[in-house]
Design a binder for this molecule. Structure first.
Ligand code: PLP
Length: 486
């Protein structure tokens, strides 16, 4: 025989007036809490709605509503003509979950200097960040507001996963003219940053355990994408000319995909000569492998125009070309693109749709307007001059570093590499210590050894210079010099 919860037991039930919610919700919460903490035991009978309402000075409908909700959630059961009972078996995990939910939250650890993390990723000497202060933000803001109301309503609904047609046309025209890429706008897939493009390539072109080769040292973002899709990342050594195609050919198992940065090897900075490009294309054709050409910063060659793209030389549609607006505009835009061989267009567009749907339409429209009105070309022209001055300064300042530090000559890109050649020391530990000391002085470099997939052959630092002012460059290298001399 089930025990009956008498009204005296429920007198302690407090519907805290300070708590938000209706009376019904507060009664429901109070009863639920009493059931979960065991004050109302399993199987026992609850008072009738009429009795409880009068005991607690509530409307009867309020009590009925609370009982209904408890019943719907399985805390109580009711039997026709017999009344309502606390459920016999409350699933244990509910009780655990409830206990967890009721635990006070750990006090949040508040960063003493809000925004440090974000600013560190963009701060002095951070790699891969363009000069954010020099971006023509007023023009951008004007274009952002200029979309006509009719256009705006188009942009507010769902858009095509492969990208806004104006931006696809603008990108196709740009890469054809500036990089000799062979394509029509139909082959352009707009992505949310080049990182999404890398992810899609790994997802669609590789199966688990497939071999995929990349330059070593190389771009960690691609390494992570390969591993994330269960592929086996194969390290291909890099020499003064870029990826060593002979060692690629000598691999025991043919990789299905090869990722390269031919215009400006990342991070060491070599340019892949034409002879190697042709050798690579021939190899890809014979082995039915894909080549993913990452052209992440080819806009920034300061002494001559960059060599034409690999894609433009490809006759057999083995090359996928990738670009990003992160270095030419700003990384927070999260806008990249792929130029796909025709056979891959539909497959990638479907996968992009599944992955994220379209990249934000308004962002695409503003970028298309920025390109089509000529601002993109003007901005690049200005930035090339500015960055070549910054590069000259940082190389000049580095000439005063100790003789065991080798500054690699450069005429392209947004970073430099300094290599450590100190005899009789553990160079990785040395690199780590110097990196840490620089970080404590507020200078965020990257460690060269961390760009290697395998045992690092070189150690040193990668220093981004684009988002540092001239003064910050001089002061930063002076600080580095002091640390190195210690
Ligand atoms: C070599 C290389 N490829 C690709 C990317 C990815 O760019 P996004 O910011 O468009 O994802 C970067 C970004 O730093 C990069 O350095």
């Amino acid at each position: 025989m089930a025990s009956t919860i008498n009204l005296v037991e429920l007198r302690g039930l407090r519907l805290d007036d300070q708590k938000a919610g209706t009376r019904r919700q507060r009664l429901y919460l109070a009863l639920r809490q009493s059931i979960l903490d065991g004050s109302l035991t399993s199987g026992s009978q609850l008072p009738s709605s009429r009795d409880l309402a009068s005991q607690l000075s509530l409307g009867r409908n309020t009590v009925i509503g609370a009982y209904e909700q408890l019943k719907a959630e399985g805390y109580i059961q009711s039997h026709a003509g017999a009344g309502s009972f606390v459920a016999n078996a409350l699933p244990e995990f509910w009780q655990q979950a409830e206990t967890e939910l009721n635990k006070p939250l750990e006090p949040r650890k508040i960063d003493p200097s809000p925004g440090t993390e974000a600013s560190n990723r963009n701060g002095s000497f951070c790699v891969g960040v363009p000069d954010l202060k020099s971006f023509p933000i007023k023009i951008w803001n004007r274009l952002s507001q200029q979309i006509p109301p009719a256009g705006l309503s188009n942009l507010m609904g769902f858009g095509p996963a492969e990208g806004n047609s104006e931006l696809r046309n603008a990108v196709a025209a740009y890469v054809r003219a500036s990089r000799s890429v062979n394509c029509s706008a139909k082959q352009v897939l707009i992505t949310s940053g080049a990182q999404q493009a890398l992810d899609l390539c790994c997802r669609l072109l590789l199966n688990k355990q497939d071999h995929a080769a990349m330059e070593d040292p190389g771009y960690q973002g691609m390494h992570r994408a390969m591993l994330g899709h269960g592929a086996k990342a194969i390290a291909c050594p890099v020499d003064q000319d870029g990826i060593d195609v002979a060692s690629l050919k000598a691999l025991p198992k043919t990789p299905k995909l090869v990722y390269i940065t031919p215009a400006n090897q990342y991070p060491l900075g070599s340019v892949l000569p034409l002879s190697r490009k042709l050798e690579l294309l021939e190899w890809a054709e014979q082995n039915n492998s894909w080549i993913l050409e990452d052209d992440y910063d080819s806009e920034y060659h300061y002494q001559h125009r960059p060599l034409a793209s690999l894609q433009g030389l490809d006759k057999t549609q083995n090359v996928i070309y990738m670009g990003s607006f992160s270095k030419t505009l700003f990384p927070g835009l999260r806008l990249g693109y792929l130029i796909l061989p025709e056979v891959l267009v539909q497959k990638f567009s479907l996968a992009k749709n599944q992955a994220s749907g379209e990249t934000p339409s308004h962002t695409q429209a503003v970028t298309a307007a920025f390109i089509n009105e000529g601002h993109f070309h003007r901005h690049l022209r200005r930035m090339r001059v500015l960055y070549s001055e910054k590069l000259a300064l940082i190389l000049d300042e580095c000439a005063s570093l100790p003789s065991w530090v080798d500054t690699q000559p450069r005429a392209a890109g947004l970073h430099i590499v300094i290599q450590f050649n100190k005899p009789n020391v553990d160079s990785v530990t040395l690199e780590k210590n110097i990196h840490q000391r620089l970080a404590s002085a507020g200078i965020l470099s990257s460690r060269l050894s961390e760009y290697y997939l395998e045992q690092p052959i070189k150690t040193g630092l990668v220093l981004g210079f684009a988002n540092s002012s001239m003064e910050q460059i001089s002061a930063g290298i002076l600080c580095l010099k002091k640390i190195l001399e210690n």
